[in-house]
Design a protein. Structure first.
Length: 183
């Protein structure tokens, strides 16, 4: 076998390739898209779509939320129906899935931990129309991290306080949707 062919075969096999490239800790691949969703009628027993306050989320109230994250941004859309008419509500992504108790969904999801603002959190406040229908959307200039996905969307009793020492607060938790990742 000629020496030049031996050198070529050794290089292709990795023998002369030098040290291995460092392994990067990539939480979300640059071309990866993460899609989360949830939809349902709020009940009192199913934690996938649970009503915590029947006065503010009456029987028949329902919601649908989608989260699309990739290519440098995260887009979130919310549609609600059957809530109280002509009323303002707060709404945010939360860190944990819904549970029987309102606090089970944990704190607001924060892309930048400790930063309480609409650049780090996903705020989806809305006002219902005369039929109890409302819509909201948000767009962030960051992507979700595969190892730190939000677990739920929570509807709050009041609109989000946007500044001061109460910033980020929105009153009691009215209803909750547990987020699931698209297959």
């Amino acid at each position: 076998m000629p020496a030049s062919l031996l050198v070529l075969l050794t290089a292709l096999a990795g023998g002369c390739a030098g040290p291995p490239a460092p392994v990067q800790n990539v939480k979300t691949a640059p071309d990866e898209t993460i899609n989360l969703h949830s939809a349902g009628e709020f009940t009192e027993g199913d934690t996938a779509a649970i009503a915590h306050d029947r006065k503010l989320a009456p029987q028949g109230a329902q919601a649908s939320v989608t989260v699309e994250s990739g290519r440098g941004e995260t887009r979130t859309s919310l549609v609600v129906e059957g809530l109280l008419p002509d009323r303002r509500y707060g709404s945010h992504l939360h860190a944990k899935p819904c549970g029987k108790k309102p606090a089970d969904s944990g704190p607001h999801y924060q892309h930048h931990p400790g930063q309480i603002n609409p650049q780090s959190e996903v705020w989806l406040d809305f006002t219902t129309d005369g039929e109890g229908v409302g819509r909201s959307s948000a767009r962030q200039n960051w992507v979700l991290e595969r190892d730190k996905l939000p677990g739920s969307l929570v509807i709050h009793a009041k609109p989000t306080v946007t500044s001061g020492p109460q910033a980020g607060q929105a009153g009691d938790r009215v209803a909750c949707l547990t987020l699931k990742e698209d297959a």
